[in-house]
Design a protein around this ligand. Structure first.
Ligand code: GAL
Length: 385
C-alpha cells in the first residue's frame, strides 16, 4: 500500500533528514510511505467519535486523546451525536483545519467515502477505530477487537448461563428446550454482522438439535437488528416480543444481546413484564448477555440481574490507535496482525485485533477491578467517577 502522507512537509527532525536522504530526497510519497516523520508536536490528529450517549465512546475518546497528547500530538476530538451529517461535516472540518492523521469510529460505516476521498487527496492517512469504514479504498488501517470472537463469546455465555455448558466449556447438565430471543446491533455497523455470525456459529447447532427454540421465529439479523444500538428501541422490541409470542403462559429463558445498552432495554422490558428482578427470583430473569462492560451493566451483573458481558479493554484499543498513528507519522506502515478478515467491499483493510474476555458475576473483581478498569466503588454504585 502506498500511503503518501503530507507529514513530511511539516517535519524538521534529523530523523527526517536521514529518511529523506535514504529515499532519494523526494520527501513524503512514493511507495511504502517512507520519507515522512517529524516531531509529534508538529502534528494534529483528528479523532472522530460517534456518540456520547454511551460511556464506552466517551472513554474511548478520552483514552485516545490523553495517550496522543502524552506523545506530544495535538488532538482535535469531536463527537457526532449519532448523526451522520454531523460526523461528515466534522471530518471535513478536521481536514480543512489541517489534520495530519484521522482516527474515525464511524456511525454509519458506509457513509464516509466522500470524506475519505477528501482525506486521501490531502494525503491524510485514515485509521478506522473499532468499526470498519466500508466501500472506500482510502482506509489505511483498522484497529479493533476480534469481533467474531466477541460473538462466539456471547453465544457461549448464553449457553453457560442456561447451564447447557459449564464454565470450563464442557457439556452441562441442562438440556432444555429453552426459549430464547435474538438481538443484533445496528445494520450500518459492520461489527453487528461479526457479533451475530459469531454468536450464531455457537447457537445454531443448539437450535438445530432442539436445545434452544427461538419462539418468535425471528432468526434473521434484519429482524433482530436495533438501529444505532439504542436502548429504547431494544426495550420496545422486547416488549413487542413478549406481547406477540409469550402471552400464552410460556416464558423467555434467554436473550442474546450484543451490547450492554441494548441489554438494559431488554432487562427493563422483562422486569416490567414481571420477570426477576434477579436471576434467582421465583420468576427468574432470563439469561441476558451483553458487551462493553459498561458500569451500569457491571452493577446489574454484580446484583444478579444481567448474566454476562464481554469486556473489551478500550485502553488497549486506544494504545493501538496511537501506535498506528505514530507509525504513519514516521512514514511507516502500522503493524497488522490480521490481513484477511476485514474486507470493506473494496479492499481488505490491514487490521490489528485485540482479544476479549467474558465477564460473569464471579470474575468482575479479577477482570475489571484488579485491572483498574473500574474501581470496586464504581461497581457498587453503577456509576463512573
Ligand atoms: C460497536 C462496538 C460495540 C458497541 C456498539 C455500540 O461498534 O464494537 O463494542 O460499543 O458499537 O456502541
Amino acid at each position: 500500500m502506498a500511503v503518501r502522507t503530507r507529514l513530511g512537509l511539516t517535519a524538521t527532525s534529523a530523523v527526517l533528514a536521514l529518511s529523506l536522504a535514504a529515499c532519494g530526497g523526494e520527501g513524503a510519497g512514493g511507495s511504502g510511505g517512507a520519507g515522512s516523520g517529524g516531531g509529534a508536536e508538529d502534528l494534529t490528529i483528528g479523532v472522530s467519535m460517534p456518540t456520547q450517549t454511551s460511556e464506552r465512546w466517551i472513554a474511548d475518546g478520552n483514552n485516545v486523546k490523553e495517550q496522543l497528547e502524552a506523545e506530544g500530538y495535538s488532538v482535535d476530538l469531536q463527537y457526532a451525536g449519532d448523526d451522520i451529517p454531523t460526523q461528515s461535516q466534522q471530518i471535513d472540518q478536521m481536514i480543512t483545519e489541517g489534520a495530519d492523521i484521522l482516527v474515525i469510529a464511524a456511525i454509519d460505516g458506509t457513509a464516509l467515502a466522500g470524506q475519505l476521498e477528501n482525506a486521501a487527496s490531502n494525503d491524510i492517512p485514515v485509521i478506522a477505530y473499532d468499526r470498519l469504514i466500508r466501500d472506500s479504498e482510502n482506509v489505511n488501517f483498522y484497529v479493533t477487537f476480534d469481533n467474531f470472537a466477541v460473538g462466539v463469546a456471547q453465544g457461549t455465555a448464553l449457553l453457560t448461563g442456561l447451564g447447557v455448558l459449564n464454565a470450563d466449556g464442557s457439556a452441562g447438565t441442562a438440556t432444555g428446550p429453552f426459549n430464547i430471543e435474538l438481538f443484533a446491533g445496528s445494520l450500518d455497523d459492520n461489527n453487528a454482522f461479526f457479533f451475530f455470525n459469531g454468536a450464531m456459529s455457537v447457537l445454531q447447532p443448539k437450535i438445530d438439535d432442539g436445545t434452544l427454540v427461538v419462539k418468535s421465529n425471528q432468526t434473521d439479523i434484519e429482524q433482530a437488528a436495533i438501529l444505532r444500538w439504542q436502548q429504547e428501541t431494544a426495550q420496545r422490541r422486547m416488549e413487542d416480543l413478549l406481547t406477540s409470542t409469550y402471552n400464552d403462559g410460556s416464558r423467555v429463558d434467554g436473550v442474546l444481546s450484543p451490547y450492554d445498552g441494548i441489554s438494559r432495554g431488554i432487562i427493563t422490558a422483562l422486569q416490567n413484564a414481571g420477570y426477576g428482578p434477579t436471576l434467582d427470583a421465583a420468576n427468574p430473569m432470563p439469561i441476558v448477555t451483553g458487551q462493553d462492560a459498561e458500569i451500569a451493566s457491571v452493577k446489574l451483573i454484580a446484583d444478579g440481574v444481567q448474566s454476562s458481558t464481554i469486556f473489551k479493554d478500550t485502553r488497549l484499543l486506544a494504545e493501538q490507535a496511537v501506535a498506528a498513528a505514530a507509525a504513519f507519522a514516521e512514514g511507516n506502515e502500522p503493524e497488522a496482525n490480521d490481513t484477511e478478515t476485514y474486507d470493506n467491499g473494496v479492499k481488505v483493510v490491514p487490521s490489528y485485533l485485540l482479544p476479549v474476555e467474558t465477564v460473569f458475576a464471579d470474575n468482575i473483581q479479577s477482570v475489571l477491578v484488579d485491572s483498574g478498569y473500574w474501581t470496586a466503588e464504581e461497581v457498587a454504585s453503577g456509576q463512573s467517577d
